[in-house]
Design a protein around this ligand. Structure first.
Ligand code: ATP
Ligand code: MG
Length: 309
């Protein structure tokens, strides 16, 4: 795990300097439709008004390299607003790589290179002039291993809002985030205690509370329950259900029952041999019921029925 993994969502400022509110922008114009705007409509003047699901991300022909090694090739998919999208597939097929490319978390990895395009609400997030701090403010991330700061529960949640200048109503903001992460009742009487004293499942919900405290648009979750017992896993899944709609969620999971339980749409990635080497790619992306019930691609079928490899 890189340093970034440990510290990313603790880094809303550059060079340790707090960001003044309003300084952060993706390019110079505000993003339309990011928070609270209605879904786009298609052909609204026609009698058969059809509401098109709004895409938060559009990946087009994405290839990702680490030095000379190509980790992903030819990934094109749309992530719909307000939905839960699961990324599944065998180890090493590039799920984490793809997830981290959605908020430019891979930028600091030496040798990282991306081709193709990832648009976020229509903006090329790898375009020139994009403010990566703003990208990560809008697109929060929670990692496999809970990474609370060695601070109090309150200060964990208040850290990012303070650094972003969101100081008014801080107590209410912390409470709202903890309630949103279904942790409030368990910690409301011990907010000054160290977060390190929480159980693993509580720590992971704390990390989700920390991510939602600055009201992002998207939550990226990389195997958020893989280190947890079934009860804590159930709590995280319930939480994902309750956050759905308010946030767009992309979740990597190895647990296919979990994908089936939480995701509206599921993307199956796998390794394909191109030339001599296996490279990760997107095999099939569809409604979760289709992926698990009637996949089109035999490789998806083999994977979801356990016949893979
Ligand atoms: N920082 C890195 N430097 C070099 N290669 C990397 C780096 N991170 C990932 N890779 C390689 O890219 C490929 C995809 O890795 P990735 O972690 O995205 O897979 P994954 O599908 O998330 O696997 P898992 O299910 O085991 O988490 C692998 O071959 C991996 O070794
Ligand atoms: Mg991974």
């Amino acid at each position: 795990m890189s340093i970034d993994d440990q510290t990313f969502d603790a880094q809303p400022s550059t060079n340790g300097r707090p960001l003044a509110p309003g300084r952060v922008r993706i390019r110079t114009e505000p993003l339309p439709g990011v928070i609270g705007a209605p879904a786009a409509t298609e052909s609204a003047t026609e009698s058969h008004v059809h509401v098109a699901p709004e895409s938060v991300f559009e990946a087009d022909g994405v290839g990702i390299f680490y030095g000379k090694k190509q980790a992903l090739i030819d990934v094109s998919m749309r992530v719909r607003r307000g939905q839960v999208t699961a990324l599944i597939g065998p180890s090493g097929c590039g799920k984490t790589t793809f997830l981290r490319s959605l908020n430019r978390m891979n930028d600091s990895v030496s040798g990282f290179r991306i081709e193709g395009q990832i648009r976020y609400h229509g903006h090329d997030i790898y375009g020139t002039g994009v403010d990566t701090v703003e990208v990560r403010r809008r697109i929060g991330m929670v990692f496999q291993k809970p990474n609370p700061f060695p601070k109090s529960i309150f200060d964990n949640i208040a850290w990012a809002p303070r650094n972003l200048g969101m100081r008014s109503g801080l107590k209410e903001r912390v409470e709202k985030a903890l309630r949103g992460a279904a942790l409030w009742d368990e910690v409301k009487d011990r907010l000054k205690d160290s977060a390190m004293g929480l159980s693993g499942g509580q720590q992971q919900r704390l990390c989700i509370a920390r991510a939602i405290a600055i009201e992002p648009d998207v939550l990226l979750l990389d195997e958020p329950a893989s280190a947890l017992d079934p009860i804590a896993t159930g709590a995280i899944e319930d939480l994902i259900h309750s956050l759905k709609g308010r946030f767009t969620i992309v979740i990597v999971t190895h647990n296919m029952q979990q994908a089936a339980r939480v995701a509206d749409r599921t993307a199956f990635f796998s390794l394909e041999t191109r030339g001599e080497k296996p490279i990760g790619t997107l095999i099939e992306f569809d409604e979760t019921e289709k992926i698990f019930g009637a996949p089109r691609d035999p490789r998806t079928r083999d994977y979801v029925t356990g016949r893979f490899g």
